[in-house]
Structure formats: C-alpha cells, structure tokens
Design a binder for this molecule. Structure first.
Ligand code: GLN
Length: 276
C-alpha cells in the first residue's frame, strides 16, 4: 500500500502540489495541514484509486471544486456540480455588504428575502443561516441547479422555499430584500478556459452587453418590492455606470450605491429604500 507522502509526490507530477494535497486531504477527511503530520501513513487501495482518478480530472482541466464536489462559502460547505456556478469570493462580499445593510435598516423579524438565480443556493442559504427568522425564497430557471440548492439547504439545516422560475416569472409575492448574482458576462467576453469549459453558460453569459439578466429582473421588480426595500446585485467590473443609471431611472426615491470588491473594482450595486 502507498503512503500519503508517496501519493502526494506522484500527484505533484500532474497537478499543483496544493491541489494534490487538498484532494487527498478531502478523501481522507482531514485538513491539508493534518495530512502533513501523517506522511508515513498508508492509505487503502480504494482511496488510492479514487485519488488518482481525481488527479486525472484536475489534470484534464476540471475545476478543483467540481472534482471535490464542494466549496466553502462564508463559513459553510456547499455542494457543487457542473449544473451550478462555483461560488466566488466576490459573492461573499455581496452577502457581507447586504448583511450590513440589513442589520442597520431592516430590524424586523419577518423579513422576506428572495435570491434570484440562486444556483448552488449559496447567497440565500447563507442569509437564512444568519437571519433565521427571515423567510427566504430561492429561485432558479434550472431544475438541476434547484436540486443542488435544495440539497444544500437540507445539509445546512435551513428551511427555504425553492421555486423553479425564470427570475420573476412564477413569483407573485413582494420582498424586502431582492438579491441576485445573475449572469453578467458579455457573450463575447474573454473568459478563462477552465471557466467556459466547465461552468454552466446559463450562469455566466447574458447577451451582447452582459445586461440581459439585469434587464429581465428590473423590468418587473416594482411589482415585487415592499415599501421598504433593498435591491442588491453583483455586477461586472465595467457595469457600474450603466447599472447606476438603470437604477436611477427605476428606483427614483432610493439611495443608490455602487461598491467595489477587495480588488478595487466595481462589483456590487445597491438600491435602498428606507422607511418614509
Ligand atoms: N447565486 C449563485 C452564486 O452566486 C449562482 C449565480 C449564477 O449562477 N450566476 O454563486
């Protein structure tokens, strides 16, 4: 039987050593640092075989998160597969900023929140974890994505409502918080190969200007907002100005803010309507 050290050495020949360690750690249910304390330990032939299969997938340019099958988002583990976008750091920032707005301006316990284009469910489920008394609705046009979102809600032990819908199409209710990380890439946008070749295009691309998703959501949004509301979208780094003017036309009496991500690029937009 091979030892942990031997497997890492072999894996490193095909993929980055960090990835090799992460894969093996995941298979052995340890964290990568713990692994280094057990280098002489032998692993079972089943694990060895599984490990080499996964190394091959990585070597074939599949994203680590799909190969491992999960990802950490805002402190919780979410299952992911190729039916859903892999949650990104920037989206954690959207959640963080939204939680700050909610803490300040929405003290009510019966908050209604909707996450449009929920994918893995990472945004809505994280909000429900943080705000257990809120009613959270997760929406996606993809049945496969909603299956993943439901699985994540179960694993993370939260109760949410899941609706298969093209944004507002099958939604009748009004909400205080409308949050979304819709597809926002231009059809022609240059995107890393590992992303275009593996992640769902439905989750990435949104027409010539990358604005189709926002246009769809915004066209009906007024029918779905409570008197006091927050609209929170993730945006492309070049879309701040255009979205700001779209927001100004629609949310005439709200406070509109474009925020940058940790890399200093426009990444989020918010419209906040406070109590009159
Ligand atoms: N809401 C999910 C996320 O932020 C999916 C987003 C998407 O598919 N565009 O990761």
């Amino acid at each position: 039987m091979a030892t942990i050290e031997e497997l890492i050495v072999e894996g490193k020949k095909k993929v980055h050593s960090t990835h090799a360690k992460m894969l093996l750690a995941d298979l052995l249910d340890k964290n990568p640092l713990e692994l280094l304390l057990h280098l002489d330990e032998e692993v079972t032939p089943e694990i060895e075989q599984h490990y080499y299969e996964q190394i091959q997938k990585l070597a074939n340019q599949q994203p680590l998160q799909y190969v491992i099958g999960n990802v950490n988002f805002y402190g919780n583990t979410f299952i992911v597969n190729p039916s859903v976008l892999i949650p990104r750091f920037e989206t954690e920032e959207l959640v963080e900023n939204t939680l700050n707005f909610i803490e300040y301006y929405f003290p009510q316990k019966d908050l209604k929140i909707i996450d449009l284009g929920t994918g893995s469910g990472c945004i809505g489920i994280t909000l429900k974890k943080k705000l257990p008394t809120a009613q959270v609705t997760l929406v996606d046009i993809s049945k496969e994505a909603l299956t993943v979102a439901k699985e994540n809600a179960n694993l993370l032990d939260v109760e949410v409502t899941c609706v298969e819908s093209d944004f507002w199409e099958n939604i009748t209710d009004r909400y205080h918080i409308v949050i979304s990380n819709p597809p926002y890439l231009k059809t022609q946008e240059e995107v890393e190969k590992i992303v275009v070749q593996n992640e769902p295009h439905l989750a990435l691309f949104a027409g010539e200007e990358g604005l189709d998703g926002y246009q769809k959501i915004l066209s009906d949004i007024k029918d779905h907002l409570e008197d006091q509301y927050l609209v929170a979208f993730e945006i492309g780094f070049e879309q701040g100005d255009i979205l700001k003017s779209m927001f100004q036309t629609i949310f005439t009496d709200a406070l509109i803010t474009v925020k940058k991500d940790l890399q200093g690029r426009d990444r989020m937009i918010f419209a906040l309507k406070k109590k009159a």
